[in-house]
Design a protein around this ligand. Structure first.
Ligand SMILES: *Cc1c(COP(=O)(O)O)cnc(C)c1O
Length: 400
């Protein structure tokens, strides 16, 4: 393999912050990268490649069908487009502007910065409920009557977030979605591991679920999964794949269309700009195989050994104290919490993070607890052979 061009190679970093998108997501395992290189040199019929991926996604998630997208965010937009248009080619061609404006109902406590992806397809979000439980103002969560009151002729879907704080609402939302004949879309982008997270939300009644490929699954950074009901996945596929095909020449894959008649074909859809590449599809499927076979116990033991060695390396340094802390939710691996004592270090956690960012190579630590003067070492995206350099960089930044 040729080396990276030097100007690009100079921008590589030591990423001890986790599989963050702005820090380029997961590192791809050599076996997965090899599959991607092989795919790059071959040609495919993209409908057939996506159909093969659909079979694998179905097996891994329990869904009827699945589609490789360019990420969870693209998956949300395609899910909304499928909920709005179904298999109607006229609506598909009209998106994102259809009248009256379709509505997707989202409990207020599930709202987050990624849900605009649903609006991109042309839907308006209607947020409902109150955050009593989440704000410690009261004991009550989402109530069925609040959802029922919002459902009307413009409703095309309900949407939910799969986080531990919000997942408890999913069975209620699933029941109401079914009763009113609209799909429930669940954003589970950040809910892996555990591996069981691939199945949890569909089993709880979701019609469509999205995952990121470039985070915990360890696939290509710009990849993701949309999985769920066959007719909705078929709609998403029709709105993403290249549709410059003669209708007589279109062979509708049974993975998406069952044994029914071929659909009336739309023109290029709303999702054309989100087309997943052959490298991404093959890479994500190879990464999914590795992810499905992961031994969570062994990963946690290996992680703790590495964190303990890093903690030993940092133990003599003035101004910080390091401690291994367990992951915050089921299946999450441990991390190292580095507490900065400003009076001793002569700097706070924000200053230390800034110095590390300016190091060569730049070092990034997770900042989820920076408000408590704590930086976290997350090993998900850093090579074991870089652990020593990480310790040295922290020592240098502290001026030791
Ligand atoms: C990361 C993330 C997304 C977006 O995922 P991509 O695969 O980067 O498009 C959406 N929702 C949540 C909750 C996320 O954490």
């Amino acid at each position: 393999m040729p080396p990276l061009p030097p100007d690009l190679a100079q921008t590589t970093i030591l990423n001890a912050a986790g599989t963050l998108t702005r820090l380029s997501g997961a590192r791809i395992a050599p076996g997965v990268a090899k599959a991607m290189v092989e795919a790059a040199g071959l040609s495919f019929d993209m409908w057939k490649l996506q159909a093969a991926a659909s079979r694998r996604i179905a097996a891994a998630t329990g869904a009827e069908a699945g589609l490789v997208t360019t990420g969870a965010s693209a998956g949300l937009t395609l899910a909304a487009a499928a909920a709005i248009a179904g298999l109607d080619p006229v609506k598909m061609d009209a998106l994102p502007l259809v009248s009256p404006t379709p509505e997707i109902i989202v409990p207020r406590t599930h709202r987050n910065a990624y849900d605009r992806a649903l609006r991109v397809a042309g839907a308006a979000l209607r947020d409902i409920g109150v955050a009593d439980r989440e704000t410690d103002a009261g004991v009550r969560g989402l109530e069925a009557f609040e959802v029922e009151a919002a459902i009307g002729p413009a409703t095309v879907a309900l949407a939910a977030n799969g986080s531990p704080a919000t997942a408890q609402d999913i069975p209620l939302l699933a029941g109401l979605a079914r009763a009113h004949g609209v799909p429930l879309i669940v954003d589970a982008a950040a809910q892996l591991p555990p591996v069981e997270g691939l199945k949890t939300f569909l089993a709880a009644g979701a019609d469509l679920v999205v995952f990121s490929g470039g985070k915990a699954i360890g696939g290509p950074q710009a990849s993701g999964i949309l999985a769920g009901r066959r007719d909705l996945i078929a709609s998403a596929a029709l709105q993403m794949l290249d549709m410059d095909t003669r209708p007589e020449a279109f062979e509708a894959p049974p993975e998406f269309f069952g044994n029914g008649p071929a659909p009336v074909l739309p023109r290029h859809g709303l999702g054309r700009g989100y087309k997943a590449s052959k490298e991404a599809i093959v890479g994500l499927m190879a990464a999914l195989d590795v992810f499905l076979a992961r031994d969570a116990g062994a990963i946690e033991r290996r992680t703790r050994r590495r964190l303990a060695a890093i903690a030993r390396g940092l133990s003599g340094l003035r101004g910080i104290a390091a401690e291994i802390v367990p992951g915050r939710k089921a299946g999450a691996v441990s991390r190292l919490a580095i507490r900065v004592v400003p009076d001793e270090a002569g700097m706070d956690a924000s200053d230390l993070a800034a110095r590390l960012r300016r190091a060569r190579p730049a070092v990034y630590l997770a900042e989820g607890r920076i408000g408590e003067n704590v930086l976290l070492v997350d090993l998900a995206a850093i090579r074991p052979e870089d652990d020593a350099a990480l310790v040295q960089a922290i020592a240098a930044a502290l001026g030791s």
